[in-house]
Ligand binder design. Structure first.
Ligand code: HEM
Length: 317
């Protein structure tokens, strides 16, 4: 078996590689402590494909998909014979500059994507109706594609995402963890932006923080201080670059002055995202943290494992 076992065998990843969509819903829930609730959760997640088909078939052009992520504590409760090697809860990172990557609860993540918000909404409604009192909703965020894939800071977001074979190599577990081939680790963080403060910066200052030009989205060389792009470029001691797959979505309620980016990153190796977060929050060198954080506050932070469809279906009670 080699790294690409998942591509040649019946092992089927969830829709980790779904195309960037016009709409998304990020739903994070905790599962109540009793055994009946656990059985309900098992039932719903193992049969999620049926719900996606029921709603998705009503308009196949809507390209509806849903990835289910399972948190570390819930994985323990499921009593599986083995555990994804790198699965861990999200650990708070007390950063420099007063910025903290907070850790917040979450047993299950439903990452719903599609071209139509009504289809995403309907799927979320049905998932929650089936889960009933077995779960408590910790966070639900509706994201939308904003013009040419810009975040609310005004920059094109997602450009350097790996595609094709590189996507699989970055986001899907190969044969290094054979019980979980085709799985993926996913980290979510909900960020709230201070757009008024961001708006006081010149375009050049904003571009230096992000590491790309704003209008035409070209990569810039970093100055003395590493940009967001520079801090998130992870090269190991062998000179190998490690990437992740992101599908951030803007969200907001102008009436409540709420403007945000929902960060979601899938990775074959959880340590890569952890490394990125440490470089952003603590800085490289220490103290030279990501200046995006002066204008964006992380209000959630949770890690999940997204098993292959086969493993997910095997969780049925
Ligand atoms: C406020 C939240 C965030 C915003 C608004 C944001 C925005 C951006 C933008 C505009 C880019 C440049 C275009 C692109 O390649 O996508 C970018 C790149 C990137 N971001 Fe973020 N990001 C955020 C949080 C994060 C977090 C938390 C991580 C990792 C844990 C991350 C990882 C990356 C990576 C890996 C790149 C590509 C770097 C490269 O290879 O050029 N971002 N982000």
């Amino acid at each position: 078996m080699d790294d690409q076992t998942w591509a040649r065998t019946p092992i089927e990843p969830q829709s980790v590689n779904a195309p960037l969509s016009a709409a998304a819903i990020f739903l994070v829930v905790t599962v109540a402590a009793d055994e009946t609730s656990l059985a309900t959760a098992r039932d719903v997640v193992s049969d999620i494909g049926a719900l996606v088909r029921a709603v998705g078939f009503r308009d196949l052009g809507g390209r509806l998909s849903c990835n289910v992520g399972i948190g570390s504590a819930l994985w323990e409760r499921l009593g599986q014979p083995s555990r994804p090697r790198q699965l861990d809860r999200f650990h708070t990172i007390p950063g420099s500059g007063g910025h903290t990557a907070v850790s917040t609860p979450g047993d299950l993540l439903f990452h719903i994507r599609g071209e139509r918000l009504d289809q995403c909404f309907e799927l979320e409604r049905l998932i929650l109706a089936k889960l009933g009192d077995a779960v408590e909703v910790v966070d639900e965020t509706q994201g939308f594609r904003y013009f040419d894939s810009r975040d609310l800071l005004g920059f094109v977001d997602g450009t350097e995402n790996p595609t094709g074979q590189s996507m699989a190599e970055a986001a899907l577990i190969g044969d290094e963890d054979p019980d979980f081939t085709g799985g993926s680790y996913v980290v979510v963080q909900k960020y709230l932006h201070d757009l008024a403060a961001w708006g006081t910066l010149s375009t050049e200052q904003q571009e230096a923080i992000i590491g790309r030009t704003k209008a035409d989205n070209l990569e810039l060389d970093d100055g003395e201080r590493l940009s967001h792009k520079g801090l998130n470029t992870i090269v190991d001691e062998n000179g190998v670059e490690h990437d992740i797959l992101r599908d951030n979505m803007p969200f907001g309620r102008p009436g409540a002055k709420e403007f945000g980016t929902y960060f979601i990153g899938y990775s074959r190796d959880l340590w890569v995202i952890d490394h990125m977060l440490r470089r952003m929050f603590i800085g490289s060198p220490v103290g030279e943290y990501d200046r995006i954080l002066d204008f964006s506050k992380a209000v959630t932070g949770t890690t999940f494992f997204v098993p292959s469809n086969d493993v997910l279906e095997g969780l049925a009670p």
